[in-house]
Ligand binder design. Sequence first.
Ligand code: PGA
Length: 248
Amino acid sequence: MNKKIYAANWKLNKTPEEAREFVIKLKNDIFKIPDFFSNREVMIFPSAFALEAVSSLCAGTDIQFGPQNVYAEKSGAFTGENSAEVAKSLQAGVALVGHSERREIFKEQDDTLNKKVAVLQSLQVLPVFCIGETLAQREAGKTLDVCYSQLNNGLKEINKELRLVVAYEPVWAIGTGKVATKEQVAEVHAKLFEYLSSQGFKNVQLLYGGSVKPENAGELLKIPHVDGFLIGGASLQPDSFLKISTAQ
Ligand code: PGA
Protein backbone atom coordinates (compact mmCIF):
# COMPACT_ATOMS: atom_id res chain seq x y z
CA MET A 1 0.00 0.00 0.00
CA ASN A 2 1.20 3.51 -0.80
CA LYS A 3 2.06 5.85 2.00
CA LYS A 4 -0.42 8.66 2.67
CA ILE A 5 0.77 12.06 1.51
CA TYR A 6 0.43 15.25 3.56
CA ALA A 7 1.35 18.31 1.53
CA ALA A 8 1.54 21.83 2.95
CA ASN A 9 0.82 24.66 0.50
CA TRP A 10 1.92 27.82 2.26
CA LYS A 11 0.96 30.07 -0.65
CA LEU A 12 2.27 33.64 -0.18
CA ASN A 13 2.92 33.21 3.55
CA LYS A 14 6.00 32.84 5.77
CA THR A 15 9.34 34.59 5.69
CA PRO A 16 12.45 32.38 5.54
CA GLU A 17 12.76 32.80 9.31
CA GLU A 18 9.15 31.72 9.89
CA ALA A 19 9.67 28.81 7.54
CA ARG A 20 12.72 27.72 9.53
CA GLU A 21 10.77 27.95 12.81
CA PHE A 22 8.01 25.81 11.35
CA VAL A 23 10.38 23.11 10.12
CA ILE A 24 12.36 22.98 13.36
CA LYS A 25 9.14 22.51 15.36
CA LEU A 26 7.75 20.00 12.89
CA LYS A 27 10.93 17.92 12.94
CA ASN A 28 10.98 17.92 16.75
CA ASP A 29 7.34 16.86 16.95
CA ILE A 30 7.70 14.18 14.27
CA PHE A 31 10.71 12.78 16.09
CA LYS A 32 8.43 11.97 19.05
CA ILE A 33 6.07 9.88 16.91
CA PRO A 34 7.47 6.38 16.39
CA ASP A 35 7.77 5.26 12.74
CA PHE A 36 6.14 8.45 11.50
CA PHE A 37 7.48 8.09 7.98
CA SER A 38 6.79 4.36 7.68
CA ASN A 39 3.28 5.09 6.37
CA ARG A 40 3.44 8.78 5.50
CA GLU A 41 5.07 11.20 3.12
CA VAL A 42 5.33 14.88 4.03
CA MET A 43 5.76 17.61 1.43
CA ILE A 44 6.23 21.32 2.06
CA PHE A 45 5.63 23.96 -0.60
CA PRO A 46 7.01 27.30 0.65
CA SER A 47 7.02 30.48 -1.39
CA ALA A 48 10.07 30.79 -3.65
CA PHE A 49 12.00 33.10 -1.31
CA ALA A 50 11.70 30.61 1.56
CA LEU A 51 12.68 27.54 -0.45
CA GLU A 52 16.34 27.72 0.47
CA ALA A 53 15.51 28.06 4.17
CA VAL A 54 13.33 24.96 4.02
CA SER A 55 15.98 23.15 2.00
CA SER A 56 18.69 23.92 4.52
CA LEU A 57 16.68 22.10 7.22
CA CYS A 58 15.02 19.36 5.20
CA ALA A 59 17.57 18.25 2.61
CA GLY A 60 18.65 14.74 3.51
CA THR A 61 15.62 14.14 5.77
CA ASP A 62 12.36 12.39 4.90
CA ILE A 63 10.59 15.75 4.56
CA GLN A 64 10.16 16.56 0.88
CA PHE A 65 9.85 20.09 -0.39
CA GLY A 66 9.61 22.15 -3.51
CA PRO A 67 8.23 25.24 -5.21
CA GLN A 68 4.55 26.17 -5.67
CA ASN A 69 5.16 26.91 -9.33
CA VAL A 70 7.95 26.72 -11.90
CA TYR A 71 8.39 28.20 -15.35
CA ALA A 72 7.99 26.01 -18.42
CA GLU A 73 11.63 26.59 -19.45
CA LYS A 74 14.59 25.67 -17.31
CA SER A 75 16.56 28.88 -17.92
CA GLY A 76 16.88 31.87 -20.22
CA ALA A 77 15.52 35.38 -20.65
CA PHE A 78 12.35 35.06 -18.56
CA THR A 79 12.65 37.87 -16.04
CA GLY A 80 10.76 37.28 -12.84
CA GLU A 81 10.08 33.58 -13.31
CA ASN A 82 11.25 30.68 -11.15
CA SER A 83 13.36 27.91 -12.58
CA ALA A 84 12.72 24.23 -11.92
CA GLU A 85 16.43 23.65 -12.43
CA VAL A 86 17.31 26.13 -9.68
CA ALA A 87 14.73 24.50 -7.38
CA LYS A 88 16.33 21.15 -8.14
CA SER A 89 19.74 22.56 -7.27
CA LEU A 90 18.23 23.39 -3.86
CA GLN A 91 17.35 19.67 -3.57
CA ALA A 92 13.64 20.16 -4.31
CA GLY A 93 12.08 16.80 -5.10
CA VAL A 94 8.48 17.90 -5.67
CA ALA A 95 6.64 20.86 -7.21
CA LEU A 96 3.06 22.07 -7.46
CA VAL A 97 1.69 22.64 -10.95
CA GLY A 98 -1.60 24.21 -11.99
CA HIS A 99 -2.99 25.21 -8.61
CA SER A 100 -6.38 26.82 -9.17
CA GLU A 101 -4.98 30.17 -8.03
CA ARG A 102 -2.40 29.92 -10.83
CA ARG A 103 -5.11 28.98 -13.30
CA GLU A 104 -7.56 31.69 -12.19
CA ILE A 105 -5.43 34.65 -11.16
CA PHE A 106 -2.46 34.12 -13.46
CA LYS A 107 -4.45 32.63 -16.34
CA GLU A 108 -2.24 29.58 -16.73
CA GLN A 109 -3.43 27.39 -19.56
CA ASP A 110 -3.32 23.64 -19.99
CA ASP A 111 -0.63 23.68 -22.67
CA THR A 112 1.73 25.67 -20.42
CA LEU A 113 1.01 23.36 -17.51
CA ASN A 114 1.82 20.44 -19.75
CA LYS A 115 5.25 21.92 -20.45
CA LYS A 116 5.84 22.53 -16.76
CA VAL A 117 5.10 18.91 -15.91
CA ALA A 118 7.43 17.76 -18.68
CA VAL A 119 10.24 20.03 -17.45
CA LEU A 120 9.84 18.67 -13.92
CA GLN A 121 9.86 15.10 -15.14
CA SER A 122 13.04 15.75 -17.11
CA LEU A 123 14.68 16.86 -13.84
CA GLN A 124 13.26 13.94 -11.83
CA VAL A 125 11.16 16.31 -9.74
CA LEU A 126 7.75 14.86 -8.84
CA PRO A 127 4.87 17.02 -10.14
CA VAL A 128 1.82 17.51 -7.92
CA PHE A 129 -0.71 18.44 -10.58
CA CYS A 130 -3.80 20.30 -9.33
CA ILE A 131 -7.24 20.11 -10.86
CA GLY A 132 -10.78 21.02 -9.79
CA GLU A 133 -14.04 22.65 -10.78
CA THR A 134 -15.51 26.03 -9.89
CA LEU A 135 -18.87 26.31 -8.15
CA ALA A 136 -20.58 27.31 -11.39
CA GLN A 137 -19.12 24.26 -13.13
CA ARG A 138 -20.29 21.96 -10.33
CA GLU A 139 -23.75 23.47 -10.36
CA ALA A 140 -23.90 22.96 -14.12
CA GLY A 141 -23.09 19.25 -13.59
CA LYS A 142 -19.70 19.64 -15.29
CA THR A 143 -17.37 18.56 -12.47
CA LEU A 144 -16.06 15.39 -14.12
CA ASP A 145 -15.85 16.90 -17.60
CA VAL A 146 -13.76 19.75 -16.24
CA CYS A 147 -11.44 17.42 -14.34
CA TYR A 148 -11.01 15.03 -17.27
CA SER A 149 -10.27 17.89 -19.61
CA GLN A 150 -7.69 19.37 -17.20
CA LEU A 151 -6.01 15.97 -17.00
CA ASN A 152 -6.21 15.32 -20.71
CA ASN A 153 -4.86 18.66 -21.83
CA GLY A 154 -2.45 19.34 -19.00
CA LEU A 155 -0.83 15.91 -19.07
CA LYS A 156 -0.75 15.26 -22.78
CA GLU A 157 2.92 14.91 -23.52
CA ILE A 158 4.24 13.52 -20.32
CA ASN A 159 5.74 10.19 -19.42
CA LYS A 160 2.89 8.10 -18.00
CA GLU A 161 5.27 5.51 -16.59
CA LEU A 162 6.70 7.98 -14.09
CA ARG A 163 5.18 8.68 -10.73
CA LEU A 164 2.63 11.50 -10.62
CA VAL A 165 0.51 13.03 -7.87
CA VAL A 166 -2.83 14.61 -8.79
CA ALA A 167 -4.53 16.91 -6.28
CA TYR A 168 -8.29 17.26 -6.70
CA GLU A 169 -9.27 20.61 -5.21
CA PRO A 170 -12.78 21.89 -5.86
CA VAL A 171 -12.20 25.62 -6.27
CA TRP A 172 -15.27 26.45 -4.17
CA ALA A 173 -13.79 24.53 -1.21
CA ILE A 174 -10.40 26.28 -1.20
CA GLY A 175 -9.96 28.68 1.70
CA THR A 176 -13.70 28.92 2.15
CA GLY A 177 -14.24 26.52 5.04
CA LYS A 178 -16.67 24.66 2.75
CA VAL A 179 -15.28 21.18 2.56
CA ALA A 180 -16.73 18.88 -0.10
CA THR A 181 -19.01 16.20 1.33
CA LYS A 182 -17.75 12.64 1.71
CA GLU A 183 -20.05 11.60 -1.12
CA GLN A 184 -18.72 14.31 -3.44
CA VAL A 185 -15.10 13.42 -2.71
CA ALA A 186 -15.80 9.69 -3.02
CA GLU A 187 -17.49 10.09 -6.39
CA VAL A 188 -14.83 12.28 -7.94
CA HIS A 189 -11.87 10.30 -6.60
CA ALA A 190 -13.31 6.99 -7.78
CA LYS A 191 -13.90 8.41 -11.26
CA LEU A 192 -10.49 10.06 -11.42
CA PHE A 193 -8.81 6.82 -10.42
CA GLU A 194 -10.71 4.95 -13.11
CA TYR A 195 -9.99 7.62 -15.70
CA LEU A 196 -6.26 7.87 -15.01
CA SER A 197 -5.89 4.07 -15.11
CA SER A 198 -7.80 3.92 -18.40
CA GLN A 199 -5.44 6.58 -19.81
CA GLY A 200 -2.40 4.46 -19.01
CA PHE A 201 -1.03 6.25 -15.96
CA LYS A 202 0.86 3.61 -14.07
CA ASN A 203 1.76 5.28 -10.80
CA VAL A 204 -0.58 8.04 -9.62
CA GLN A 205 -1.69 9.07 -6.15
CA LEU A 206 -4.75 11.24 -5.64
CA LEU A 207 -4.87 13.98 -3.02
CA TYR A 208 -7.92 15.88 -1.87
CA GLY A 209 -7.60 19.58 -1.08
CA GLY A 210 -10.00 22.31 0.02
CA SER A 211 -10.53 23.32 3.65
CA VAL A 212 -8.92 20.19 5.08
CA LYS A 213 -8.67 20.61 8.86
CA PRO A 214 -7.75 18.39 11.82
CA GLU A 215 -11.51 17.94 12.41
CA ASN A 216 -12.34 16.53 8.98
CA ALA A 217 -9.08 14.82 7.97
CA GLY A 218 -9.81 11.44 9.59
CA GLU A 219 -13.15 11.01 7.83
CA LEU A 220 -11.83 12.16 4.46
CA LEU A 221 -8.89 9.78 4.66
CA LYS A 222 -11.21 6.79 4.91
CA ILE A 223 -12.62 7.50 1.46
CA PRO A 224 -11.29 5.07 -1.18
CA HIS A 225 -8.69 6.60 -3.51
CA VAL A 226 -7.96 9.49 -1.17
CA ASP A 227 -4.19 9.04 -0.83
CA GLY A 228 -3.62 12.18 1.22
CA PHE A 229 -4.20 15.90 1.29
CA LEU A 230 -3.02 19.20 -0.11
CA ILE A 231 -3.51 21.61 2.77
CA GLY A 232 -3.49 25.40 2.65
CA GLY A 233 -4.62 27.40 5.70
CA ALA A 234 -4.34 24.53 8.18
CA SER A 235 -0.76 23.80 7.11
CA LEU A 236 0.58 27.12 8.36
CA GLN A 237 0.91 25.95 11.97
CA PRO A 238 2.98 22.85 12.71
CA ASP A 239 0.40 21.72 15.29
CA SER A 240 -2.57 21.65 12.96
CA PHE A 241 -0.49 20.25 10.08
CA LEU A 242 0.69 17.42 12.34
CA LYS A 243 -2.83 16.80 13.67
CA ILE A 244 -4.00 16.36 10.09
CA SER A 245 -1.04 14.10 9.32
CA THR A 246 -1.88 11.84 12.25
CA ALA A 247 -5.70 11.99 12.08
CA GLN A 248 -7.45 8.62 11.86
P1 PGA B 1 -7.14 25.46 1.96
O1 PGA B 1 -6.24 25.53 0.64
O2 PGA B 1 -6.73 24.21 2.71
O3 PGA B 1 -6.82 26.71 2.71
O4 PGA B 1 -8.57 25.38 1.52
C1 PGA B 1 -5.94 24.38 -0.09
C2 PGA B 1 -5.11 24.73 -1.29
O5 PGA B 1 -5.31 25.81 -1.89
O6 PGA B 1 -4.22 23.96 -1.71
